[in-house]
Design a protein around this ligand. Structure first.
Ligand code: MN3
Length: 209
C-alpha cells in the first residue's frame, strides 16, 4: 500500500495562546499535538488496511460513504477519520477576537431556521451542554431540506455520515476544556462563542450550497 497518501496533522491557523482567555494555551497544545495527532495516526493505520478503491478517496468522501468501508475497519474509520476531520474543521471555525453575530447568508439561514440568532445560540448551547459523555455540537447544512440545522453527534462520528455538511462545530469532550473549566461545561460553551469564526462558517455554507 505504498501508494496510499498518508494524512498529516493539519497545522493550527494561529498560535496555541491565540484563543486565550476562552481556551487556554495548554489545552490547545495538548488537544492539537496529542489528541488530533492520535486520530490522524489511527486513521492512517485503518486506511492502510482498506482496499485501494477506498484509499484513493478523500476522507470526506469516505465519511459520507461509510457503508463502502470494509466491516472490520468501519468503526475505526468512523472514529478516527471523524476525529481527524472534526478537529480540522474545529481549529478553523475559531479565531482570535472572533465571536459576535454573523452577517450575510449565515445570518439569513440561521434566522430562517431558528427565528433569531439569540434563539439559535440558546438552543445550540443548551443541546451541546446536554450531550451525554463525549461528543460534538454542530450547525450543519442539510442538502435535503436545504436548511441549516442543529445536530449533536456522539464521540467522533461526523455529521457527514448522515449526509449533513458540517458548518460550525464545538468539541465537548472533556479533553477540550477540563484543564481550565473542570466540570463546568456550560462555562466553556458560553465562553467559546467569543472565538467563533463566522467568516469561515459563511465560506462553508456557500460551498455547501
Ligand atoms: Mn477533541
Amino acid at each position: 500500500m505504498a501508494s496510499m497518501a498518508k494524512y498529516e496533522l493539519p497545522q493550527l491557523p494561529y498560535a496555541y495562546d491565540a484563543l486565550e482567555p476562552h481556551i487556554d494555551a495548554k489545552t490547545m497544545e495538548i488537544h492539537h499535538t496529542k489528541h488530533h495527532q492520535a486520530y490522524t495516526n489511527n486513521m492512517n493505520a485503518a486506511l492502510e488496511k482498506c482496499s485501494p478503491d477506498v484509499q484513493k478517496k478523500d476522507i470526506i468522501e469516505i465519511l459520507a460513504n461509510l457503508s463502502q468501508v470494509p466491516d472490520d475497519q468501519r468503526g475505526a474509520i468512523n472514529f478516527n477519520g471523524g476525529g481527524y476531520d472534526n478537529h480540522k474543521l474545529f481549529w478553523h471555525n475559531m479565531k482570535q477576537n472572533g465571536g459576535g453575530e454573523p452577517g450575510g447568508a449565515v445570518a439569513d439561514e440561521i434566522k430562517k431556521s431558528f427565528g433569531s440568532f439569540a434563539t439559535f445560540k440558546e438552543q445550540f448551547s443548551a443541546k451541546t451542554v446536554a450531550i451525554q459523555g463525549s461528543g460534538w455540537g454542530w450547525l450543519v447544512y442539510n442538502p435535503k431540506s436545504r436548511n441549516v440545522e442543529y445536530k449533536s453527534m456522539p464521540n467522533q462520528t461526523s455529521p457527514r455520515t448522515e449526509g449533513l455538511v458540517p458548518l460550525l462545530g464545538l468539541d465537548v469532550w472533556e479533553h477540550a476544556y477540563y484543564l481550565k473549566y473542570q466540570n463546568k461545561r456550560p462555562d466553556y460553551v458560553a465562553s467559546w462563542w467569543n472565538v467563533v469564526n463566522w467568516e469561515e462558517v459563511d465560506k462553508r455554507l456557500s460551498k455547501a450550497k
